[in-house]
Ligand binder design. Sequence first.
Ligand code: 5AD
Ligand code: SF4
Length: 435
Amino acid sequence: MQKTEKFFIQTFGCQMNVYDGWRIATMLEHHGMVRTDNVSDADIIILNTCAVRAKATDKVFSALGRIRRAKKPSALFGIVGCVARESGADAFRRIPDLNFVLGPQSYHKLPDILQNPDTKLLNIDLGGLEKFDELPQMERSPRVAYIPIQEGCNHCCTYCIVPYTRGREISRAYNDVIRDTIHAAKTGAIEICFLGQNVNGYKYTDETGHTYRLSDLIRETAKIPEIMRIRFTSSYPTEMTDDLIEMFAIEPKLLPFLNMPIQSGSQNILTKMNRPYTLELYCDIINKLKIARPDIQISSDFIVGFPGETDQDFAETMRIAQKIKYINSYSFKYSPRPHTAAALMPNQVPEITKAERLAKLDSYLNDVQREFNESCIDKTLLCLLEGPDKTGKHLIYRTPYMQQCIVEHIENAPELTDIKITAANKASLRGKIIN
Ligand code: 5AD
Ligand code: SF4
């Protein structure tokens, strides 16, 4: 007999975490529980956490403080994901009544706490990817199915906590990924987004010695009639091999949009970040992608204020942003993280300088986004339905470039449709469905 009946889960962080959150919810539903959005009503409370920047970790501990006051005295509460791995047993010291701390590769052990609610459950081992096989499948897939294909990262960028929290790179078996993709397609998916911290590094060798890459997954997925759009995130520049670039030329279902973070435009800083590619090589890859798919657009992540970053280094970041004209990009102030080399580097940049650089870069990236959005006016884009907006008067669609496109609400709206773009601003597009 289960003691608990309702669960509350809140997810922070990346798409991989969002996916993990769905799997955890499905697992608890299979244990006969129902989801609640009300913390004070829940019997088990799970924070699915992100540790990528100090702010993300701080958010989790302040949320735990609030939850502790709001929850029923008998409710179990704990953390899963990257902060669990980052903090380990220290989390119990900070919040003594916490019940469980489970790392990103051990959250399938969550039911153990339901069997033994009086013990404290700590498991932050990097145990491989058996969690994906031990967890129940989602019965219905969302329209956009996120399918993890690899986890962890071998690149060891000096700022990044991910190799510590998610471990060394492991690729899932090709057949398992294809099985999950077909299951998603048969249960409602129209778009597949392959996920991984280093997604284009996907490499799986089967018993016969045959090695599969991301290009093989894309080719096979494109054959599934229900699947109309394919994308993947996040890519490391030097893993963008020719077989994958060719997919953009030959596979129309692969969206003309690629997230390939550069992080910095300064060669000197890239070296200190342990991202050993040259700016020339990075730009060559983008040129090849544009030849393969002339309408392709690239998005990036940037870190400003990495240790030792000078005004000159930052000017080079601005220069590369001006050259590539990235869309849909994110920029962050460098945040020193435990278990990383950069946190111990000399010449940490003052907060005020980081803030000034961030404001300048953000303002430029926003201008480019607005220009790109405006350049879409009068074009017709194949868009996927996301759902109604908050007012219920409009529907939100996603363009192939992941822009939000707002249209009038109509009954029985098509899930995938051509939309003629009629207006644009920095944040979104407006358009009319073309029948
Ligand atoms: N400080 C700031 N940003 C970081 N990122 C990763 N680690 C850090 C850090 N220590 C950013 C990178 C990465 C994105 C997910 O988060 O830009 O691409
Ligand atoms: Fe955050 Fe990185 Fe963990 Fe995703 S993998 S939740 S971005 S720390």
